[in-house]
Design a binder for this molecule. Structure first.
Ligand code: SF4
Length: 483
């Protein structure tokens, strides 16, 4: 357990996230006074900001800096607080975090805003490396991604929107999963009922969206291909009737786990106009697949990928996770070499995040977690292979509790960008959402003001309260949801 104390300010989130960068995967608690094995005290008073480290209630280190009280902005206050903790823990742990003081979810967004303000490359780089202590190569990555995202977002029109459809079932629950995902064997007999309820919501959303232009449809989960062939066809048919997908749209199905994908499902997706799919291995090492609770083999991944190509899928993404328990840099090299042989169009490289809702979080003590140093090597290996495959980074985000505070990066061949990914990450487009646990997000194109309307998470509640879910949108969406 890591304890922390705040004095003279209330920036709890900034303090905790900065501590987490150095002392990852622990439990963190705010307390009123120094206690326990380790306590970090963050103080901002009378023109001096300081961070102190206590071991067994003995002060062992301190780092301070002055600040100008009269001109202090909120942004600057946050930066200074983080800086003190950064310097204190850097000296104590010997770790130099690659993203410096940036603990937020979207480092590229920050750079994109600077670019929009007219800053040039050198000014963006200086802001990142000098003010926020980001390492040169990460700053360069953020700049590259910001420019790729800018290119996509510049094409946005105010009347364009996206649609998300959530299928929250999975064959088994992965060790690290924190999503709304229910084991199929328990819910098998409710899937059709779930679809019936969701179709009602989709009917309403289709009417609501008539005044807009639908640009992206994304069926995600869970694992959408957990649906059997007949159920998947019902869903694809419904989407076709309501939203008329054509080649001007990006239409993605996150097929996900190879153990749920059949040739018939691949064929159905193609026939109903799906033009982007994901086949997500996470790793190409059998021992890890077993250890994280995925009931398929590397050979299954290869077979499904081949079948997808044979059925005419020309835009295939593959998701990977670095830092899975028990893996080292050699395992990641093997994964990347195997992926390269398959020649996917997109590769999305995630760094393991230990989420509160995951089994991994509960079992943390039982697993060998990857060190920040190894993870750094793994990221370098993935970037090296992406380059070898002729791919460029085009989107990036970070999650809280990521091992070593690293990043998730989407790489692709030019022209194969997953546009929906960028839209959801950069929050520049309205995304209507249907399904249990899905949240609709509206973005006012003029003010960038964001409103959210949430659906309940449990399958039972979603089915039983579907009219209420629709009513929430009718009242919560702009213009009262009048159609
Ligand atoms: S496939 Fe994805 S959604 Fe399903 S259990 Fe695994 S991590 Fe969760």
């Amino acid at each position: 357990m890591i304890y922390y104390v705040l004095q003279g300010h209330e920036l709890q989130n900034d303090v905790q996230t900065m501590i987490q960068v150095f002392l990852a995967n622990r439990h963190y608690t705010r307390v009123e006074e120094v206690t326990g094995e380790i306590t970090v005290v963050s103080c901002m008073e009378k023109g001096i900001a300081s961070a102190m480290l206590y071991r067994r209630r003995e002060k062992v280190a301190e780092w301070s800096m002055p600040y100008a009280e009269e001109t202090l902005t909120e942004k600057e206050q946050k930066r200074i607080i983080k800086r003190t903790i950064y310097e204190l823990l850097k000296a104590e742990t010997g770790i130099r975090p690659q993203w410096g003081l940036l603990t937020g979810v979207r480092p590229a967004k920050l750079v994109r805003i600077l670019l929009e303000e007219g800053k040039d490359d050198a000014e963006c780089m200086a802001f990142l490396t000098e003010d926020y202590l980001v390492m040169e190569h990460k700053a360069a990555l953020a700049l590259k991604v910001a420019k790729a995202e800018q290119k996509i977002l510049q094409g946005n029109k105010p009347e364009e929107i996206s649609l998300y459809i959530g299928i929250p079932f999975c064959p088994t629950r992965c060790l690290y999963c924190s999503f709304t995902a229910y084991p199929l064997h328990q819910y098998q007999n409710r899937v059709d009922e779930y679809l019936d309820a969701m179709f009602k919501e989709l009917d309403w959303l289709a009417s609501y969206s008539r005044r807009f232009t639908m640009k992206n449809i994304y069926i995600g989960g869970g694992t959408p291909t957990s649906l059997n062939e007949a159920q998947l066809e019902r869903l694809l048919k419904k989407v076709e009737e309501l939203f008329h997908p054509d080649d001007s749209m990006e239409y993605t199905v996150e097929a996900g786990r190879p153990d749920t994908i059949t040739r018939e499902k691949l064929c159905l997706m193609k026939a109903y106009g799906v033009n982007r799919i994901s086949i997500n291995p996470q790793t190409m090492n059998d021992k890890t697949l077993q250890a994280v609770g995925r009931k398929h083999t590397v050979e299954d991944i290869r077979r499904v990928f081949r079948e997808a190509r044979e059925e005419g899928h020309e835009n295939i993404n593959m998701d990977l996770i670095l830092g899975l328990p028990g893996e080292d840099a050699a395992d990641v090299r093997n994964t990347m070499a195997e992926i390269m042989k398959l020649e996917p169009d997109n590769v999305t490289v995630h760094t393991l995040a230990v989420k509160r809702a995951s089994r991994l979080r509960e079992e943390l003590d039982r697993h060998d977690m990857t060190t920040a140093e190894t993870l750094e090597q793994m990221l370098d290996i993935s970037a090296e292979y992406a380059e070898k495959m002729g791919m460029e980074p085009y989107y990036m985000y970070r999650q809280k509790n990521m091992v070593g505070n690293f990043e998730n990066v989407g790489y692709c061949h030019p022209g194969k960008e997953g546009v929906y990914n960028v839209q959801i990450m950069e929050e520049k487009q309205t995304i209507l959402a249907a399904g249990a646990g899905a949240s609709t997000k509206t973005v006012d194109p003029e003010t960038d003001r964001i409103e959210r309307v949430f659906n309940v998470k449990s399958i039972e509640d979603y089915i039983g309260r579907i009219d209420e879910m629709i009513e929430r949108k009718r009242t919560g969406l702009p213009q009262g949801g009048r159609i």
